[in-house]
Design a protein around this ligand. Structure first.
Ligand SMILES: [Zn+2]
Ligand SMILES: [Zn+2]
Length: 262
């Protein structure tokens, strides 16, 4: 299984997950041109996607969705609530293949088994994704979980992430930077709320819990705020909590991450 973040942060999000027999993109927050450009860097002329999975309807996750799905003829998977919220954006684009998925109900794309789980965020019906690559022996299956845009880590989120070998988890802001910063008070309150975004500390604490469950090997810190965080600070915070228990890296905002292989 290979994992690449094409972009991650409060302005654009898109992550590629590839198995032996399937390629899925989670979110399409870059423009269609940038997504195709970045996929071309990886695949050359053989750019195709088997699906685009959408976590929720916020602009930084869907800016290039309709056009990318159309040009690559890729079906779009999202929860009923997210699809309804996307309707005004998608209704003028012909021939899009929209498929509703249901939290906690698995579906298959090639050799991938995908299960959405609910996240706590101020969107219609946001979700994260648990993705398992089937191998010949079930015990060797690789599992990845992505959870970004969540104000708090619920029991349901933990339940899915603790089964994963690799986790992509939001590390949005440093609480002090946010409180001292120039955002209006109501926006600060929204970000800090249980329906907002996950702080560096909450991300670190969650990773410690997951590392204790013994399965997790590596984490990628995602969706960093441009104004209320720094990559170095997010990384140092996670490492301070983890004390070497697992490997951690940060997904860059405006360029592709390295390729992670499981
Ligand atoms: Zn976002
Ligand atoms: Zn969001």
């Amino acid at each position: 299984m290979r994992i690449v973040s094409l972009a991650s942060g409060s302005s654009a999000n898109s992550t590629l997950i590839e198995s032996e027999h399937a390629r899925v993109l989670i979110d399409a927050g870059l423009s269609r041109r940038q997504i195709v450009q970045r996929l071309t860097k990886i695949y050359g002329t053989n750019v195709r996607l088997d699906a685009i999975l959408v976590t929720h309807e916020h602009q930084d996750h869907i800016a290039g969705l309709a056009r990318t799905a159309k040009v690559l003829a890729a079906p779009i998977y999202a929860t009923e609530g997210t699809l309804a919220a996307l309707e005004p954006l998608l209704k003028n684009i012909e021939a899009l293949d929209l498929r509703a998925c249901v939290p906690r109900r698995a579906f298959e794309i090639g050799d991938l088994v995908i299960e959405p789980f609910r996240t706590s965020h101020d969107a219609a019906e946001s979700c994260g994704f648990f993705i398992e690559e089937r191998s010949l022996f079930a015990g060797l299956n690789k599992r990845v979980g992505l959870a970004t845009d969540l104000g708090t880590v619920t029991k349901e989120v933990r339940e899915y992430l603790e089964q994963c070998d690799f986790v992509l988890l939001e590390s949005n802001h440093d609480v002090e930077m946010l409180l001292q910063g120039t955002y209006p008070e109501d926006l600060k309150a929204r970000i800090l709320s249980d329906m907002g975004h996950l702080s560096n500390d909450d991300c670190g604490k969650t990773l410690v819990y997951l590392a204790k469950q013994k399965r997790l090997r590596q984490a990628l810190l995602m969706h960093l705020s441009q104004n209320n965080n720094r990559p170095k600070l997010a990384l140092e915070t996670a490492r301070r909590f983890l004390n070497g228990a697992i490997e951690v890296a940060v997904a860059p905002r405006d360029r592709m991450s390295e390729v992670f292989t499981l």
